[in-house]
Design a protein around this ligand. Sequence first.
Ligand code: SF4
Ligand code: FES
Length: 257
Amino acid sequence: MNFTLKVWRQRDAQSQGHFVNYEAKNVSGDMSFLEMLDVVNEELTVQGEEPIAFDSDCREGICGSCAMVINGRAHGGRRGSTVCQVHLRHFQDGQTLLIEPWRARPFPVLKDLITDRSAFDRIIQAGGFVSVSTGGAPDGNAIPIAKPVAEQAMDAAACIGCGACVAACKNASAMLFVAAKVSHLAILPQGRAERERRVLNMVHAMDQAGFGNCTVTGSCEAACPKEISLDFIARMNREYGKALLLNTVAKKASGGD
Ligand code: SF4
Ligand code: FES
C-alpha cells in the first residue's frame, strides 16, 4: 500500500509547527500505523533528516501513550482502538493521511506529535488513590464485592489515561477521564472512605489545569478507545454535588462559613 502523509512537525514547545509531506511506499496492510511511522522514520534517518517524534510504549492498547489525531479523528476513529491497534488495511490505498498531535491547551505540544499530558498526572495526584496502608496482599475474598459492582468498577478502571476524550471534545473537557478515575474508586468499598475529598480535589485539579466544561456532546465517549460510558460523568456529577453538600454542612456544624 502507498500513502501520502501530512505530518505535524514542531521543533519544540516554543516553535511554530507546520505540516510536512512524506510518502509511505510499499507498506503492508498488516502493518500497524506506528510500524508505518517506524518505516518512514528509518528512511528519514538514512537520509540524515530528523525522525518524526511520537509517543508509544506497549503497542497493544494498554498504556495510552500513542496519542495522535489521524484525519481529524483521535486514535484514527476506529471504535475501541488506540493508534497502535489500527492497521493500515483499514485505510484506502493511495489515501492522504493528516497526522497531528492532540489539540488542547492543557496538553501543549512538546515536539512533533508528542504532547505534555502531565495535567492528567496532577489530577491523579489530587486524589486518584486510596491512602490507607494496605500491608501485604489481602485474601481475595476478605471483602466480598457483588459481581455487578466489581464489573462496573472494572469498566471505569479500563481508562488508560490517553487523553483522546479531551482531544475529541470541542471544549477540551477532561470530564470522561476524571469521571472514570473518580468512579472506579467510589464504587468499591476500599475507596468509599475518601470519596468526598477525592471528587472535590480531583475536579479542582481539573479546573486548575484549564480543561473546559462538559456540554454532553458525547464526542469523548465516541473517541474513547476503552469505550468509557458517559454514564460515569453523570455519576461523578452526583458524587460532586453530594460532596459539596456534605462539605457545607460540616463547615456549618464546626462554626465555619
Ligand atoms: S476516558 Fe477514554 S479517552 Fe479519556 S483518557 Fe480514559 S481511556 Fe482515554
Ligand atoms: S502504545 Fe500503548 S496504547 Fe498505544
